[in-house]
Design a protein around this ligand. Sequence first.
Ligand code: SF4
Length: 359
Amino acid sequence: MAKGFQKLGQKVFPTPIAATSVRFKNRPPCIYDGWCDAGCPIGSLANPLVTYLPEAEAAGAKFHADCDVRNFEIDQNGRVTAIIYADSAGRLTCVRATTFILAAGAIHNVRLLLSSPGRNGEALGNENNLLGKYFGSHFIANTHGLFKEDTEPYMGLSTGTLMSYDRWRPDSGNPFGTIAWGIGPAVKPNDFMGIAIARPELFGRALDDFMRKATHHIALANGICEAEFTKASRIELTGGKDAEGRAVARIVYEATEEAMAMWRRAIQKGVAAMRAAGAEDAWASPNPAVAHALGGTIMGDDPASSVTDSYGRLHAAANVVVAGSSLFPSGGSAGPTFTILALARRTVLKMTADPEAFR
Ligand code: SF4
């Protein structure tokens, strides 16, 4: 597959992966069994459960599992003074603090803020009516090939072993942006990038025959197309409530003609790379997969055109710090994880050096 992409003139390189290759801080080395997107059962993959949480706990942090923050409380100056949360039995508790960090993922970050009244009756952080706006997501071109050789598709990593950037240039042929290719990810039978969904038009015996062959001969390359953020794409409240009485949020997403053109360009490239790699058959999934929730509390210097500053502090209340991909005002084509971590670390370092700036 590397040769296939190279024949199209693209550079191919090993994917940077936050999994250990040797035993490291009680984490065992990766065994390349391809369950990363299920959470890595052995703890080799870096995620907060095996990295920051044990360290925070050892440093004195207390965790309250199965608790659900319902809203913020503010004083007459608009400063947040407390959160109200419900425990697993539905009991409500009020917690007062000087600084609050909201790190509930893009959609719930927005839902929680939209559910919390701000100073002038509008939702907290929504003075400029931008809260929830500029939501973005990546269109993904899943391209498949069937090879004569045994490709061992069940092995490897969910993200792919190799990467390639099809970067935007005036002569690149890409409508507006870059395509990041994940090459050779592990392919499981029923995953969201799995074997069964690779041929959604097949049923019964035909699907069975295909899956038996693909289990040993399929290969996948997924092209993450640069995300486009428009004001019309948004997270908003529906006006309805769920069984717990919480406001329900929904995503309204505008698939622009440019974004669809990027996806069509990616499937054309991916299928060409599969053929150049020697696949006996090559095809693309019929629709874009959509991955990564980005934006909704976008950062910026100007309070008139953003929701937070670059440290994630709400322009409306500096003692509420938003963390995560909801801060992204643009999305590039790379997966967002490393940028999320870098931003969080930058904020923590600033908070440690200057705690007064977050009160
Ligand atoms: S392949 Fe993924 S799930 Fe398996 S050990 Fe490595 S990081 Fe963990």
